[in-house]
Design a protein around this ligand. Sequence first.
Ligand code: ADP
Length: 600
Amino acid sequence: MNKKNVTWRAFKMYYGFWPSYFPLKASVILLNKFSPYFNLWMSAEIVTALYQGRERKEIFLLVAVVLLGNLFLRVGEAFLGRNAQSALEKLENHQAAAFYRKTLSLDYDKLEDPRVRLLRRKIRENSWINGYGVEHMRWRVEELISSVAELVFSAVLVTEMLTLMAKSSFRWEGVLFFLLIVGSVVLAVVFQAVNDRKLAKYVDEVGELMLRENQFSAGTRVTGMDNRIYRQQELLDRLEKKLLEEHLKVFTKSCSMKFRASVPRYVFSRLARLSASLLICLYCIRGFFPIGSVIKYVGYLGRTVESVKSLFFCISQLKSNERFLETWLEYFDIENEMYQGSLAVEKRSDGQFEIAFRNVSFCYAGSDTCALKNINLNLRPGERLAVVGMNGSGKTTFIKLLCRLYDPTEGEVILNDFNVRKYDYRQYLDLFSVVFQDYNLLQVPLGNNVASAAEWDEEKAVRLLERTGFGERYAKMPKGLETPLYKSFDEDGVNISGGEAQKIALARALYRDASFIILDEPTAALDPIAESEIYSRFDEIVGNRTAIYISHRLSSCRFCDRIAVFDRGEIVQLGTHEELLADEQGKYHELWYAQAQYYR
Ligand code: ADP
């Protein structure tokens, strides 16, 4: 990644998520910063007017200007502030949405890549710890605007003061004091910058520890049944205590470092302010400045010193935040590499699509052995194919290749004479309905879940729910398809059992009207009666789609036209149940009798 201009690149991107935010915020800051200068200026005018014994009318007029000016500034600040706040909400929402969209648009193999996962986790952790990353950049940019505004306003007064100083006969003492002020500010800034660099290292260390702590909390559900039965709390407490001790050590180190750096920083910045005040008092005593100006000059010179310090502080903080922005940009920079063709998938109402695997092998990145080896298989339109095999034999990988979540390392997958890579990816994906083993239902109304869309066809959704055996439960749902699933976000939501969820997932797959339906252990959570009901109506449920059915229960594969037996990444047998069982040396025979002995 180009490490130059990291902050600028990140800022441009972040700004673009809601472009009105920064101008609005800058306006609020300008009004806010102008206010004390205005008051200082006007107070000086009033004191001088009183000192010179000017007319009451004139003094009242000055007071009226102060009051009206303040009213205008406050109202303006409040109005713009409210708009800036709502713009910030939008900016943050759009930022989070962009991150989420990026994750969803990644090639599946990228999404699963451990390096990409780590990157994603790091971004989250960095933001949790002191908001490092884009939030940190936003705070610092706001402070930067604020310091620059303060310097610009004070420049008017600086010019006035310097002009008076230059005219006085006290010039050299003035220069000396100025050097003292500038030197102190520079030293305060240098101490801050060195400290910031060192502290960033600790943020990394704390981040690592938090990653590990989160690992525990993710696996520790206080209400978890396993935790109670196996009394895991004691073990987890001990592991967590160890991590907390490490965390505390790093935290204490970083605190003492912060403290050590704060002492010289404080001393030098006080010295700068003190020198500034002394300088002004001396000029005043000597009669070079009018008496009213003392308030004005002391006030603003102090603020100038602070804003110069803060300006450099922001720059130094932006610099140490760069490494966190790099991680953020790196994630957005990940490019999809999966080739996406443009060939349209033919629209066929008869669903006559034929898919063939030709010498397909697939190896996961970083793995020595291939998960699939030289697979050759033709999926005939409308057939029911069962896929069986032991754990780790490659069944799920085969399905992932079929749905083009991955591309083969060798060989090709063909759809109606063309390599699937040539087809429009979305159109190709639309051919499939899948109930994955670890399927996911959303915590939204049942209708949205079944249709996987904002709108649903009520008659179709209810018909499919009944067909998958959810009818009885559906009849008890008070709000029908409007009933939210689960209670996390909605008190009216209903909790459903694993078996019920599986029936909904099956209805969702059928609702899609895809040409291929893939069911990975679709009845694992069903009771035997519900399971046998699904099998007896399998043809009715699946219709004329091509069905691929993965199951460990071999007896449930008998109704399929063919059975493919996977073993260590290869298809070792392919045929009907009877044909496969007849081969006494075959894997299917072994698997069948291993299960069958319990039913005899
Ligand atoms: P099955 O579905 O038959 O249980 P899989 O297709 O899930 O088998 O796995 C086949 C092999 O690939 C196994 O050895 C498994 O450990 C490996 N594997 C599965 N997923 C990944 C992954 N994301 N990264 C690396 N290896 C994987």
